[in-house]
Design a protein around this ligand. Structure first.
Ligand code: ATP
Ligand code: MG
Length: 381
């Protein structure tokens, strides 16, 4: 399944948002335009739906409702999220899930639901508050999404949300996990436990994933010859053999890999790892432009057999230069007075005409996102 439409009200820097999403989505916008905030909606739903999660924890983990609710919100204090789910490659809406969240005006000031609705096709199968909710208002501090005895009729939606994977791999965390103490983050977004994840996969699958990564890596890092998994004193490692003038001297472990090599390994692993929604935060980081220019096509090739949606945030013109990217796959975020405005690039007439005139998505879209006064940024500040 994929998320085919997202509607938000008062979510962080989005006062109002309503966008249609494709199987591959490329989110573009200036710094602080809300790309990460948008990805966080899907992580928020994951955090509600996953075992041990729930609405209260998902809100607390984000610093409370005042951090989530848009500063631009005035009269209507509801934070609202609505998601439409469709089959990969189809427009038919299979499910809709919507919640409104407010804060108790007094007392513990807990977040609670002003409503929770689930549609199966056109049929409304959950419509809260129900009579029971009105009798016992505390029930509204929990969603039906997070409770196994109430989500039976829409388990497919629960599974979809809870399996969402977010990747923003930080090479230093992967290289030196023991130097970064403290509790591990849910879902391991920064790749600290990446090697353990690799170790957990059964050997046959792991070998097949690594072979594919090796093939791609050989093109990006020509001196690399072979990639394999190894354990040393019980700790998992990835080893690479590089071409070297001295025989036997070219073997290296992950702590010697370049940042770009590690990020590419993490990205290619995640793309093969499952069939759930995959959120990629700025996958271009540390990578050579020539490789970045192939990422959109690579993602497309790997997501298709798995029927998997991939949502990518990016600043990269190399990534967007690919003429295989269709304008309805690009979501453009433009900050305005009352919060950021979002639209699909194919709805911008000017951009459409530029593409017809032979420009690439990058040259038609990115100049619009340049901050207005950026030319005043000089070395004399
Ligand atoms: N509750 C809120 N109401 C309004 N604005 C908010 C709220 N929470 C965060 N923001 C704003 O959102 C912006 C950050 O957005 P975000 O991190 O999603 O940007 P980004 O597009 O990912 O930027 P970058 O490209 O630099 O990573 C900040 O300017 C912050 O002030
Ligand atoms: Mg960001």
């Amino acid at each position: 399944m994929i998320i085919s439409r997202l509607i938000l009200r008062n979510w962080k820097n989005f006062k109002e948002l309503d966008v249609k999403l494709q199987e591959r989505v490329i989110l573009v916008g200036a710094n602080a335009s809300g790309k990460s905030n948008l990805l966080d909606v899907f992580k928020f739903l994951r955090d509600i739906a996953k075992p041990g999660g729930g609405l209260q924890k998902a809100v607390i983990d984000r610093g409370g409702i005042t951090k989530i609710r848009s500063l631009a919100a005035r009269k209507n204090p509801n934070v609202e999220i609505e998601i439409h789910l469709s089959e990969f490659g189809s427009d038919v809406v299979l499910w809709k899930y919507g919640i409104g969240i407010v804060q108790e005006p007094r007392g513990y000031r807990l977040p609670y639901l002003s409503y929770e609705k689930v549609w199966e096709g056109d049929q409304l199968i959950v419509n809260r508050p129900e009579e029971e909710d009105k009798k016992d208002i505390v029930r509204l501090t929990q969603t039906y999404l997070e409770q196994i005895n109430t989500n039976k009729d829409f388990r497919e939606v629960v599974r979809f949300f809870e399996n969402t994977l977010y990747l923003h791999l930080v090479p230093q965390l992967l290289k030196y996990p023991s130097a970064f103490t403290g509790p591990d983050l849910p879902g391991d977004p920064f790749g600290k436990g990446f090697l353990e994840r690799v170790a957990k996969v059964n050997e046959k699958t792991r070998k097949s994933f690594l072979r594919k990564i090796e093939q791609a890596l050989k093109l990006a890092v020509p001196q690399l010859e072979h990639l394999e998994f190894a354990t040393e004193n019980g700790y998992p490692h990835i080893e690479a053999i590089y071409k070297h003038w001295r025989p036997g001297a070219g073997k290296q472990k992950e702590d010697q890999f370049s940042d770009g090599t590690l990020r590419l390994i993490g990205l290619l692993w995640a793309l093969q790892e499952g069939d759930s929604l995959l959120l990629l935060e700025e996958p271009e980081l540390s990578l050579n432009g020539a490789i970045v220019s192939k990422l959109a096509a690579l993602i497309h090739r790997l997501q298709k057999p798995r029927k998997r949606q991939v949502i990518i945030s990016t600043h990269s013109s190399d990534l967007l230069n690919d003429r295989g990217i269709s304008l309805n796959e690009v979501v453009v975020l433009e900050p305005a007075n009352e919060g950021t405005k979002a639209c699909v690039a194919s709805d911008i007439e000017e951009v459409k005409n530029m593409l017809k005139g032979g420009m690439t998505p990058a040259s038609a879209i990115l100049p619009r996102l340049k901050p207005k006064d950026i030319n005043q940024l000089t070395l004399e500040f």
